[in-house]
Design a protein around this ligand. Structure first.
Ligand SMILES: *[C@@H]1O[C@H](CO)[C@@H](O)[C@H](O)[C@H]1NC(C)=O
Length: 291
């Protein structure tokens, strides 16, 4: 009986392997509607290029938003975004993953805070693990993110969570459960994006107001790519060490990525909750845990 079970298991794993390989060569990226649906103000999201790209619109009537149809447990999500150009102060474009569970929320946030013409965009990242957030970091982008598309990626595996801007890791949150630090790993997360007005806090802490005479504001997205374990889906998927995003090259930054990560932190980081003594007289433990 045991042998029979292990034989079935072997065949099932082989099938899963073939299936996973098949999926990975299916020719991603996909169209918007394959993986996503509009969740807020569908008249403000326009499909372009045969549905391979979209335009988000913000005006005085409304912002807009979209979400993935599935949730995922571990994986890598990326998309190319061209942010609101010119005077974008007070606008916020967000790209995030969220477990959508109120009390014990897990969430991984990219928030792009607009600015006055010629002033740098700020990227704020935040991480909620088991219901606790308040882990904001901010970097000013070293290029104009409204002049062209750039790739924004969240990698989430059993070893760490990494936020990438193109090929530059701007943030790493290591799995330090062994040191008692919470790490999101029990709840699947959906992928979300919104464009909205937040001039009460976004730009220079709310000092710079949105200039509606410049509206409507547009942001563009394309090359949607979600690779992960969909939930509901095969229950063994998330714990399968053969998922490519769990592979050795994705378990820690390589030497080149480490250099880029240090470069960002030294040259472009403008806020880190880890060093905010007025907010955290006692430095949170994950801040010492290294990467
Ligand atoms: C906007 O530009 C100002 C001045 O360069 C800078 O201090 C700030 O960090 C920028 N970003 C935001 C979101 O305010």
């Amino acid at each position: 009986m045991a042998m029979y079970a292990s034989f079935i298991h072997a065949v099932a794993s082989l099938l899963l392997c073939v299936l996973a390989f098949g999926l990975s060569v299916m020719g991603r990226p996909t169209t918007f509607l394959q993986d996503f649906k509009v969740t807020w103000a569908d008249y403000h999201i326009k499909q372009i290029d045969g549905g391979r790209a979209i335009q988000l619109i913000l005006d005085q009537n409304s912002g807009c938003g979209f979400a993935s149809k599935s949730q995922y447990l571990f994986g890598r999500v990326s998309m190319k975004i061209k942010l609101v150009p010119g005077d974008s102060a007070g606008t916020v474009t967000a790209f995030y993953m969220n477990s959508n569970t109120d009390s014990v929320r897990d969430e991984l946030d990219f928030e792009f805070l607009g600015n006055r013409t010629g002033q740098p965009y700020t990227v704020q990242t935040n991480i909620y693990a088991h219901g606790k957030g308040d882990r904001e970091q901010r970097v000013n982008l070293w290029f104009d993110p409204a002049a062209d598309f750039h790739t924004y990626t969240i990698l989430w595996n059993h070893h760490h969570i990494v936020f990438y801007v193109d090929d530059v890791p701007i943030r790493v949150y290591k799995n330090n459960e062994a040191k008692g630090i919470p790490f999101p790993k029990f709840q699947p997360m959906g992928v979300y994006s919104t464009l909205w007005e937040a001039d009460d806090w976004a730009t220079r802490g709310g000092l710079e107001k949105i200039d509606w005479s410049k509206a409507p504001f547009f942001a563009y997205y394309k090359d949607f790519d979600i690779e992960g374990c969909p939930v509901p889906g095969p229950t063994t998927c998330a714990s399968n060490p053969r998922n490519w995003w769990e592979g050795t090259t994705y378990q820690a930054l390589n030497a080149l990525e480490l250099r880029k990560y240090r470069w960002v932190r030294i040259n472009h980081m403008i806020y880190d909750y880890c060093t905010d003594k007025s907010r955290y007289p006692v430095t949170p433990p994950e801040c010492f845990a290294g990467i």
